[in-house]
Design a protein around this ligand. Structure first.
Ligand SMILES: C[S@@+](CC[C@H](N)C(=O)[O-])C[C@H]1O[C@@H](n2cnc3c(N)ncnc32)[C@H](O)[C@@H]1O
Length: 168
């Protein structure tokens, strides 16, 4: 019995270590069109949502751009499973279980993030190491402090959250 408790504590600590400061809050539906317009404007063909939650972003984008490829990486098994079931027939959507830092980002020409500022503060060096030249980074709601030199657009609409676009 004490072994089981010890194991549970270790699993919980490991999960906390891997988790970003990014609790599950989906992107507002009202902002989906603006994000889609950015995918169009920057001619993005393969996008990954880092921490894809319930798949709202990639589901919307895959419907709007059926010929393009979208992926989501999600650490929470329940959200991963629900999303996997939701999109099981959609060949252009790939859902991956695990931490965003345990999977490559190089296969994508764009990255979407909806993380809290604290997550950026803690992980900025890791993020920078993983980005490659030419990639577009779309950050919903919050700017990415360490990438300010790469900022190409700050999209602001009345009563909507800002969206920041970086080109590496
Ligand atoms: C703010 S929600 C954004 C959900 C989705 N991207 C959207 O915009 O609707 C952040 C998501 O990141 C996930 N997450 C947190 N840390 C993660 C990590 N290290 N690797 C993968 N996903 C993570 C959370 O479980 C949560 O679903």
């Amino acid at each position: 019995m004490p072994e089981i408790i010890l194991l549970a504590v270790c699993v919980a600590l490991f999960a906390k270590y891997l988790m970003l400061n990014a609790p599950f809050v989906p992107t507002h539906k009202v902002d989906l069109q603006r994000i889609g317009d950015m995918v169009e404007h920057y001619d993005i063909k393969r996008l990954v949502d880092l921490g894809s939650g319930n798949g709202r972003i990639i589901g919307y984008l895959a419907k709007r751009f059926p010929e393009r490829n979208f992926a989501g990486i999600e650490i929470a098994p329940l959200l991963f499973s629900l999303t996997k079931i939701r999109f099981w027939r959609m060949k252009k959507i790939k859902i991956i279980l695990g931490s965003v830092f345990n999977h490559g980002w190089r296969d994508y020409d764009a990255i979407f993030v909806f993380w809290m500022p604290k997550a950026f503060e803690k992980k900025i060096e890791k993020i920078k190491q993983r980005l490659i030249q030419g990639q577009v980074v779309i950050s919903y709601a919050f700017p990415i402090p360490g990438l300010s030199d790469h900022l190409v657009e700050k999209n602001v609409e009345v009563k909507q959250l800002p969206i920041y676009v970086y080109k590496i």
